[in-house]
Design a protein around this ligand. Structure first.
Ligand code: NAD
Ligand code: COI
Length: 333
């Protein structure tokens, strides 16, 4: 049995080696390259592939993989929005993801960044760097004084709720599917509009499905409270970035946490030092004192990366051995 892995980073190698040591009978090979129509041939002879990338698993890429006889593909991450599902189904692909590798990693990042915005940390850091040690006007807002509105109470949203409650905030939530436990405890408001009207901090924890694209837009921002903090560590397309910029410019939006961005593919996780930065709007956001941009690193912890690698290989082995994997992806999703 042979498994071939794509886009393995240095920080993933120890966990890949750990899995290899525990599965000495399995032939494991890998590359640092992404899976593309060109690199698909590297998987020739393998029974399955383990992958992670933000680049699309396009119809051409899937076809190229099927052409070398590989149709069992295991993602090391959660999001499956970059797979051409129609083509995958047509070619008889079996796909798995790792839906829960460490919701805490992402929730914790969202909570830390939201708190930093409320305390105006970026402004204070900039003052410190200039040796300006005056207090005013960089006064903070306490988390416990905020109503925190959580949109999406799945794996990550639920951990975020607990952390924010730990700070003492009042937490309200909205989900198109009400979790019975949370419902019993009275967290849910009836509509997104209600959440927008009541929340001082709004954090998105929903998937990037067509219905959710630009759910944060001029109209929704207008409904929000003055001085709202918006947090998006989920997916860039959920937010109309220009609308948030208009909100920041008018002062309606107090701060914006963005770990994901509509145009992040090809820009995030690259070193632009000394090179022409390709996105003026993003450069402007990075420079703003009340915007915290991170390049999709909410997930990026040792705990999460280990689980992503080990669980993806476990899933792929199950697929190639004809067993039921822990987390199959529904191709008609
Ligand atoms: P999940 O599937 O466990 O939960 C998502 C929840 O959103 C579900 O309860 C669903 O019913 C709800 N939902 C869907 N549409 C909604 C809507 N319009 N309004 C209200 N609720 C809605 O997902 P998760 O694992 O918690 O992931 C949440 C988000 O985090 C996803 O977008 C995922 O891609 C993203 N994510 C980001 C990172 C990162 O590093 N930044 C890492 C992993 C996941
Ligand atoms: C996911 O797991 O879907 C993420 O968003 C994190 C990814 C950058 C590895």
């Amino acid at each position: 049995t042979k498994i071939f892995a794509y886009a393995i980073r240095k920080d993933e190698e120890p966990y890949l080696n750990e899995w290899k040591s525990a599965h000495k009978d399995i032939d494991v090979d890998y590359t640092g390259k992404l899976l593309t129509p060109d690199t698909a041939k590297l998987a020739k002879g393998a029974d399955g592939v383990v992958v992670y990338q933000q680049l699309d698993y396009s119809a051409d890429t899937l076809q190229a993989l099927a052409d070398v006889g590989v149709t069992k593909m295991s993602l090391r991450n959660v999001g499956v929005d970059n797979i051409d599902m129609k083509k995958a189904k047509e070619l008889g692909f079996e796909i798995t993801n790792v839906p829960v590798y460490s919701p805490d990693a992402i929730a914790e990042h969202a909570a830390i960044q939201a708190a930093r915005i409320l305390r105006q940390d970026k402004r204070m850091d900039a003052k410190m760097a200039k040796r300006d040690l005056r207090w005013a006007p960089t006064i903070g807002r306490e988390v416990r004084d905020q109503v925190v509105g959580v949109v999406g109470t799945g794996h990550i949203g639920q951990v975020f709720m607990k952390i924010m409650e730990g700070f003492g905030a009042k937490v309200i939530a909205y989900d198109i599917y009400k979790n019975p436990e949370l419902d019993k405890k009275g967290y849910y408001v009836d509509s997104l509009d209600d959440l927008y009207k009541q929340a001082d901090v709004i954090s998105l924890h929903v998937p990037d499905v067509p219905a959710n694209v630009h759910m944060i837009n001029d109209k929704s921002i207008k409904e929000m409270k003055d001085g709202v903090v918006i947090v998006n560590v989920s997916r860039g397309p959920l937010v109309d970035t220009d609308a948030v910029i208009r909100g920041l410019d008018s002062g309606k939006v107090f701060g914006f946490v963005m770990d994901t961005y509509e145009k992040e593919v090809g820009v995030f996780n690259k070193d632009w030092e000394g090179k022409e930065f390709p996105d003026k709007r993003l450069a402007d956001l990075i420079d703003r004192p009340n915007v915290l941009v991170t390049p999709h690193t909410a997930f990026y912890t040792t705990h999460a990366v280990r689980n992503m690698v080990i669980r993806a290989f476990d899933n792929n082995l199950a697929l190639v051995e004809g067993k039921k994997p822990a987390s199959p992806v529904k191709l008609d999703a």
